[in-house]
Design a protein around this ligand. Structure first.
Ligand SMILES: [Mg+2]
Length: 338
């Protein structure tokens, strides 16, 4: 069966925006708190659609990164920095510390090596989808671009590892379809191998946590989220009061692991998957965005219900940017034009 890659590009970037939009009202809330508002999220969404009016920094940043790749025909440091600085004019919605502090420094001409914060937050992984799409046929270039786009704002090794894992997962899923499915073993082999052979302790720890996730996939969603909500988080960032609760920490490793967990538990449909991602608890918008990029890459645009697309602000613009990114990808990797 031939795969329509343009459909996958559009599905992936709209997946980011839909997950981000649905998760935004629940950012910073415990999962138990979220589920005290309703029993059925879909019913709640249908009768309260005005609560879900905007996406946040996750989608804003993803679109800027996509634009930089389009303008630069792939990774180009100058275009990336320019687009990241342009994000300050959006203006940013719900930005994380690691991104906003470093990008303000970039704006004032400070070199990125000095501007980058040492944050291990999920700010670089939440925007990585365009890299996973553009370099889906070139895993080596994908890894290099994922590292470079991360280190501009976050010098912490967890941030670049998370970006590689999610970009590689997108590249894997883009070639699969719900009709044929995929092997969960293969999926884990691919993402784990993308960060193996490193001497970095954090990367090694990340791999151990991914293996632990794989062996706990039979857990119910609630229990799995309680188990992995603060995976890898160390003192003083560990939140004691949320111990034993589902509250996904904005640390890269915990966010990535929880997003992958929910995605793999809900392969039934895009809708079921995204509704579950956006109500994860804690950094719900980013779990929605990251998990949404995986679900969108796997299911593709045609399998996303139109009412979810219509809900997203600027959805036509997002489709157009996805198409422009696809055209540049096609010229470079399918036609070999540059
Ligand atoms: Mg956000």
């Amino acid at each position: 069966m031939e795969i329509n890659l343009l459909d996958k590009f559009q599905g992936c970037l709209l997946g980011v925006a839909i997950g981000d939009t649905l998760g935004h009202p629940f950012e910073g809330k415990l999962r138990s708190q979220i589920f005290s508002y309703f029993k059925n999220f879909e019913e709640f969404l249908n009768s309260n659609s005005d609560l879900f009016r905007t996406y946040t920094d996750d989608t804003q940043f993803t679109l800027h990164l996509a634009k930089a790749l389009i303008k630069g025909n792939g990774f180009n440091l100058d275009y990336i920095i320019r687009e990241f600085v342009n994000w300050l004019d959006d203006p940013p919605i719900g930005p994380g510390y690691g991104c906003i502090t470093s990008i303000r420094k970039l704006k004032y001409g400070i070199h990125w090596k000095q501007a980058a914060s040492n944050s291990g937050g999920n700010g670089t992984t939440m925007r990585i989808a365009p890299v996973g799409l553009f370099y889906c046929k070139d895993p080596k270039a994908l890894k290099t671009a994922a590292i470079k786009t991360s280190t501009i704002t976050h010098s912490h090794p967890a941030a670049s590892a998370g970006a590689i894992v999610i970009a590689r997962a997108i590249a894997y899923l883009i070639d699969k379809t719900p009709e044929t499915g995929f092997s969960v073993d293969d999926f884990f082999n691919v993402i784990i191998s993308s960060i193996s052979n490193s001497q970095d302790e954090i990367w090694k720890e990340f791999i151990k946590i991914l293996y632990k996730l794989k062996s706990n996939l039979n857990m119910p969603i609630e229990s799995g989220l309680i188990k992995f909500s603060q995976a890898g988080v160390k003192s003083p960032y560990f939140i004691e009061q949320y111990l034993g609760q589902a509250f996904v920490h904005p640390y890269t490793i915990s966010t990535v692991v929880c997003s992958i967990f929910i995605f793999l538990k809900k392969l039934t449909s895009f809708k079921e998957c995204i509704l579950e991602l956006a109500t994860a608890g804690g950094d719900s918008d980013t779990v929605g965005a990251i998990g949404g990029s995986l679900a969108g890459a796997y299911f593709g645009l045609q399998k996303i219900p139109p009412d979810l697309i219509k809900l997203v602000k600027n959805n036509k613009k997002i489709s157009r940017i996805s198409e422009e990114l696809y055209i540049v990808f096609e010229k470079r990797f399918l036609k070999g034009l540059f």
